[in-house]
Design a binder for this molecule. Structure first.
Ligand code: XIL
Length: 333
């Protein structure tokens, strides 16, 4: 790739950014960066269940529709994220349902309503996000800890619920490409194997699935072999492969007073280059759904809020200046 090209111009596959409609509206450089560098968009929260259905029976599509209007006006692809998720961005009313028949029909009608609303605009969906735990079992518990609302969808509906959610999504929009999305497949082999076994089972039974998402919230210390193995095993399924939420931490110990040194920024450059070049090399072109960055700039990344620490995980600094990591991404293409 030439140094004068943007990522989207230089890339043989789609380059995505996870974004929020409010920032697109309010931060000119954020908007500009997305317009120039990306040709695919994921909503960071605007299309999650808690935003779309904050109360039972109530659907609010304004925020997501705003994002779609932006994407359409800029001719960007939109990837839907996410229809079903066990964690905090599921609304409280939904998490309170304990009866399996009620929960099943509620999720079915949620998927039907949402996938129908976005039909023709959102051509792909993360149908279920993070269904497996690190031992490779279907989650029957929530990570959210004592005193917080839990959403034990796996416990209430049984482990085959994932297949049924894919079927509901397919029934609502038969043209949509349906993805299973999860994290840490590069460091947790049992989880990776469980996802691959699920794919094999879906294929045997004719359950519709078209793609796999590797979130890849990784760090400069994540072993290359694990990254390459996860990408390779996913590619071997023949499904589309999406690196769906990429960011690379430099402060895995979560120090509060972290300041990136030139050495760490160089390691981050190397790791970005490795991820991108491995994806390009290992995934056949016809299966390259693309690489999506989970955010635009270090100033608005979700990581500091999540780790309660300082970090600089993305390709642009808080002033939207390209970092060495940007260079690494570009060189990997
Ligand atoms: C994150 C968003 O970026 C945050 O703004 C929000 O508070 C929590 O969710 N895995 C996922 C994403 O699949 O949806 C998460 O996004 C990050 C981890």
């Amino acid at each position: 790739p030439s140094a004068s090209q943007t990522l989207a111009e230089a890339s043989p596959f789609h380059i995505g950014f996870a974004i929020s409609p409010a920032r697109i509206q309010n931060i000119a450089l954020y908007r500009q960066t997305v317009i120039q560098e990306a040709n695919s968009i994921t909503a960071d929260v605007a299309m999650k269940p808690s935003r779309i259905s904050p109360q039972k029976g109530v659907y609010k599509f304004e925020e997501a529709d705003q994002l779609i209007a932006f994407a359409q006006s800029q001719k960007k692809r939109i990837h839907g994220h996410t229809l079903v998720w066990y964690i905090d961005t599921s609304p409280t009313w939904l998490k309170q349902i304990r009866d399996s028949t009620e929960l099943e029909s509620t999720l079915q009608s949620y998927i039907q309503t949402v996938a129908t609303h976005f039909k023709g605009k959102v051509a792909s969906w993360d149908v279920v996000n993070e269904a497996f735990d690190k031992q490779g079992a279907i989650r029957t518990d929530s990570l959210e800890g004592p005193g917080r609302p839990t959403f034990n969808v796996g416990k209430i509906l049984g482990k085959d619920y994932v297949a049924r959610m894919f079927q509901y999504a397919h029934n609502a929009d038969p043209d949509a490409r349906l993805f299973y999305n999860d994290y840490a497949q590069e460091t947790r082999p049992a989880k990776l194997e469980a996802i691959l076994a699920m794919v094999a089972d879906f294929k045997r039974r004719g359950v519709p699935i078209h793609g796999l998402g590797l979130q890849m919230h990784i760090s400069i210390d994540t072993p290359d072999a694990g990254i390459e193995n996860a990408i390779r095993r996913y590619a071997e399924t023949g499904l589309l492969v999406h690196i769906s939420e990429l960011d690379i931490a430099m402060n895995p110990d979560k120090k509060k007073d972290f300041v990136p040194t030139p050495e760490l920024l160089e390691k981050q450059y190397e790791k970005y280059k490795f991820v991108v070049s491995t994806y390009k090399k290992v995934v056949p072109a016809s299966q390259q759904f693309g690489i999506t960055m989970w955010g635009v700039d270090d100033g608005t990344s979700w990581i500091p809020g999540f780790c309660k620490c300082a970090d600089n995980v993305l390709l642009f600094d808080a002033n939207y200046v390209k970092k060495r990591s940007y260079q690494g991404f570009l060189e990997g293409l």
